[in-house]
Ligand binder design. Structure first.
Ligand SMILES: Cc1cc2nc3c(=O)[nH]c(=O)nc-3n(C[C@H](O)[C@H](O)[C@H](O)COP(=O)(O)OP(=O)(O)OC[C@H]3O[C@@H](n4cnc5c(N)ncnc54)[C@H](O)[C@@H]3O)c2cc1C
Length: 413
């Protein structure tokens, strides 16, 4: 078996893993990222970035370059029912420059993060290979093994990070439990239609049909549509036949009915996503930390996942620098990250559950009080507080540039 040594072995080159890798490299550490995919030619789900995530990427000096590759600023998050705007969350009320949502292909963010990492000679990216085992020294996780058989590579590390997404293998290999959180009770039919010049510069949830629809502009020339269905509801609907299913989608989103009709030709044009939320029972153990979706998984409502992944990296960064300097990767020391971060993540779960109930449920009292509550809320100080929390989180997070061994990006300006 081949063998290499690094300070930090980060499994997963998504937003969480690459942001953390860059922070650690800038603090003078050696970092190896293991990414299963061979290239960025893969499907990404999340495209909407909250202002809090933008702020961090700006502080890392990669936001401008990622935006230059293309993306759309979106002004508002609206809940629309029969042509009536029930709820209007206007991001322009936030202080500039991060006073909008950014619809940007994840690839643009990841390519810029990876390019920035590659500027460091102590960065290694093991691409197209998957982690198969954790390597232990006594009870402590002391690295990871990549690949199988003769091709195996053992990466010894001061600390290993599981940033390998919602189905995290690292989490499983470390024997860390995972519990579903009831924040989202829907499946989603996910597809794009050509925008045909009809972009809105907003994100909207349309509640006109029985099943609410999420819609936003997707760079360069599409409209992303997510049709929410009760868990397991697709089977029943698809039994009516594809033309009937398309008619239902048209009813749910009448303004794009012509585009839906022209684009959807068969079930292959739709992706059915089992969307769930959940959290690992603990995010740290001796020699190992989980971040991003591997630690806590979020559905698309409120567009929080990428934001939280980037914030996790920024909160974890000083804990890991201290751990590396003290040569102590014990659970007790690493717990500082989980203790600081978990209350904020729990607050996001409750916020998403409230957003999901406010936007996606149907029938009964909630339908009658929803317009009233939305109107009232818009005129109270609570509104600004909620907007601030959705955009930046409960506790503001910043990049600890004082831990960098050199000044870079916006920090150098
Ligand atoms: C339908 C849908 C829409 C969403 N929309 C949004 C949105 O608009 N905005 C938003 O903020 N969030 C959204 N999210 C959530 C968002 O996509 C995630 O929260 C975010 O990508 C998490 O980042 P991450 O780095 O933790 O994990 P990931 O982005 O999942 O990255 C994990 C990486 O690890 C790699 N990997 C996995 N296993 C291994 C292994 N064994 N070895 C090596 N590498 C491995 C993967 O290839 C991947 O590159 C959405 C989610 C869904 C389901």
């Amino acid at each position: 078996m081949e063998h290499m040594e690094t300070d930090f072995c980060v499994v997963g080159g998504g937003p969480a893993g690459l942001a953390l890798a860059l922070l650690l490299l800038r603090s003078g550490a050696r970092v190896t990222v293991v990414e299963r995919a061979r290239s960025f030619e893969r499907e990404f789900r999340g495209e909407i970035l909250q202002p809090g995530g933008m702020l961090l990427l700006d502080q890392l000096g990669v936001l401008d370059r990622a935006r230059q590759r293309g993306g759309y600023p979106l002004r508002r998050f609206q809940l629309v029912e029969h042509d009536k705007v029930l709820m209007d969350i206007d991001y322009r009320q936030l202080p500039a420059p991060h006073d909008f949502l950014l619809s940007i292909p994840q690839r643009h963010l990841l390519e810029e993060l990876l390019t920035a990492c590659r500027e460091y000679p102590d960065f290694v990216c093991v691409e197209g290979r998957s982690v198969s085992e954790l390597h232990h020294e006594g009870r402590r996780v002391a690295g990871a093994v990549v690949g199988r058989g003769e091709q195996r590579l053992r990466i010894d590390a001061h600390l290993t990070v599981g940033a390998d997404g919602r189905y995290s293998k690292v989490r499983r290999l470390a024997g860390l439990g995972y519990t579903r959180v009831e924040a989202f009770k829907h499946d989603i039919l996910w597809f794009k239609v050509p925008s045909d010049g009809r972009t809105t510069h907003d994100i909207r949830v349309y509640r006109s049909g029985k099943n609410p629809v999420l819609i936003y502009d997707s760079y360069p020339d599409s409209i992303q549509i997510g049709w929410t269905l009760p868990h397991g509801g697709y089977k029943e609907l698809s039994a009516e036949g594809f033309p009937a299913l398309v008619r239902r989608i048209e009813e749910a989103v009448p303004i794009y009915a012509d585009l839906v009709r022209a684009t959807l030709t068969g079930p292959g044009d739709l992706s059915l996503l089992d969307v769930f939320a959940g959290s690992a029972d603990t995010w740290v153990t001796d020699g190992l930390v989980l971040i991003g979706d591997a630690a806590h998984t979020h559905g698309p409502i409120g567009a929080q996942g990428i934001n939280l992944a980037l914030q996790d990296a920024a909160v974890l960064h000083p804990v890991l620098v201290a751990s590396w300097q003290a040569k102590d990767a014990g659970r007790d020391r690493l717990l500082a990250y989980e203790t600081a971060r978990r209350p904020d993540i729990d607050a996001v779960f409750s916020l998403q559950a409230r957003q999901s109930a406010a936007m996606l449920t149907h029938g009964g009292l909630s339908d009658r009080v929803r317009p009233l509550v939305a109107r009232l809320l818009a005129h109270t100080p609570v509104y600004r507080k909620v907007l601030q929390q959705i955009a930046f989180g409960r506790t503001p997070v910043r990049v600890r540039a004082d831990l960098f061994t050199e000044q870079t990006g916006s920090q150098a300006a």
